[in-house]
Design a binder for this molecule. Structure first.
Ligand code: GDP
Ligand code: MG
Length: 189
């Protein structure tokens, strides 16, 4: 417990946010299944994750599975998520997950505005790419380019495309998280 508290104050954090059912818990499991302390619940019922769940990854950093917005949004969502984001001290990056089949929704736009307002560095991650063909993926990419000017400088310029089900894009995202948390050194760039 003491070690957990120590890590909580000193280790960097990365957060995963998105609409309910977008695949947050599945993605976290696909990214961190080799870490013994990361045990996420994946439910067929939307709105399963109701609080901020913190997981420590090998004494290196914390990841946070946040409650989904949209369906069955818990009443305390605004205070828990917004409260955390406003006061975050060790949060180095937030991953905003978007369902590839659905694209960017009004609810996602509210999250984007919130990132702007609080100046939170974030990355767009398109989930479930196994469910869409490459033309839809291309359309999605183009739709991001279209709204590029609305996206603030807090947005990382490269969106990630992943499938927790078949593993596409997972190794690249793992490396990116390793890099931004200071656990992976890249030379020659
Ligand atoms: N086909 C497919 N289904 C997925 C993928 N990721 C999640 N799902 C499904 O989407 C549903 C919601 O996933 P979950 O991780 O619980 O979403 P959360 O509410 O955002 O945490 C579950 O039925 C998952 O099996 C994926 O990459 N591909
Ligand atoms: Mg979940």
């Amino acid at each position: 417990m003491f070690k957990f508290m120590w890590g909580f104050f000193f280790l960097l954090q990365v957060a995963f946010l998105g609409r309910s059912n977008v695949g947050k818990s599945s993605l976290i499991q696909a990214l961190f299944h080799q870490c013994p302390h990361v045990k996420v619940n994946i439910s067929s019922k939307p709105g399963h994750t109701k609080t901020l769940n913190f997981y420590q990854v090998r004494k290196k950093f914390f990841l946070i599975d946040m409650p989904g917005y949209g369906y069955n949004m818990p009443q305390h969502f605004a205070s828990s998520v917004e409260g955390y984001l406003q006061n975050r001290r060790r949060l180095c990056r937030t991953f905003l997950l978007i369902d590839s089949e659905i694209g960017i929704t009004k609810a996602d736009n509210i999250a984007l505005e919130m990132f702007d307002e609080f100046r939170i560095p974030y990355v767009l991650v398109f989930t479930k790419i196994d469910k869409v063909n490459r033309y839809i993926q291309l359309q999605t990419l183009l739709s991001v380019l279209k709204i590029k000017d609305q996206l603030s400088h807090c947005c990382f310029s490269q969106p990630f495309f992943v499938s927790a089900k078949i593993g596409n894009g997972i190794p690249l995202l793992q490396s990116f998280i390793g890099y931004i948390t200071g656990n992976l050194k890249i030379t020659g760039h």
